[in-house]
Design a protein around this ligand. Sequence first.
Ligand code: GH3
Ligand code: MG
Ligand code: MG
Ligand code: MG
Length: 311
Amino acid sequence: KKYSSVEVHTESLIEKIKDETPKGSLVLLVGDQIDRISNIKDMLEEHYAVMVAANEAKAIEVFYSQKPDYVIIDLHQKEDHGFHVLSSIANKARHSFVPTLLVEDAPHAMLRKKAYEAGAFDIVHSPFDNEEMLALIQNRLELKRVLQAQILLDELTGAYNRKFLQEELQRQWAEFERYETTFSVAMLDLDRFKRINDTYGHDTGDLVLKQFAETIMKNKRQGDYFIRYGGEEFMLIMPKTDGEQARMIVDRLLHVFSEQPFEKDGTTFTCSFSSGIASVHHRIKHTDELISHGDQALYMAKRNGRNQVQV
Ligand code: GH3
Ligand code: MG
Ligand code: MG
Ligand code: MG
């Protein structure tokens, strides 16, 4: 019996960090002993997406291309494959908070020491208790989720931050270069926001920012990424979306947000935003250029009277 890897289309791994539970996680299982691996696989598949790699090269390829959330390496493999895989991925795994778990029949202290030094997070003794193993994995995945949220989300609004923006833009750009998949970005800048701060105070300004973010996140399409670009400027990355589609979507968001009343000490007010949209095309050579096109469209929207979307 030969394992073929399961095709998992992780539309965005990072999008998962906002899930309440890491149930959508992808686990990479590395090992060449079929019966041992299928036991673990069966157990995991009730909770996670699982990909199996039966050799070193495949394991490393899958690790870098599919970006699993968790890696399990069965050390009971021919030669020293398990350790090779671990050494090849340990650094990258650590940097993206991907926990690695080793499975070994009777790990003695020397082997455990070697494994931890090579970057293993945990080692379990086979045979193991399924429930215990699952609890361990779930625990680690939860920690991963929290850590990733810490580094990729803006604290005030819960939108993605610029670190995320850089990563996601590169990803979208690579897709565009390889497959000519279109995508658009929308720059969103709150209108006359300084006035809100000056009139109602900075705390109210903060509340408006939070509420704005909540409204966009609730009403945006699921696959679009909402990012705080800085201050009261935000961005939407809209995969597989051309300029006209993007305009319709952002128009709808603008409509919803600008109708929403705010209240401070008995006074009610509303807030709007202006948006500039840019889409990839062949004359754009770099993501910075794309953003600058979006900025120019945003500038037009402001100059044209605000509370509107320009492409
Ligand atoms: P425009 O319609 O041209 O965009 O006008 P504006 O007043 O929104 O633009 P301007 O760039 O002049 O002012 C933006 C203001 O946003 C200034 C800054 O103090 C405020 N701001 C930026 N970040 C925050 C924040 O985190 N909280 C609060 N309360 N205010 C912020
Ligand atoms: Mg401004
Ligand atoms: Mg503004
Ligand atoms: Mg601004």
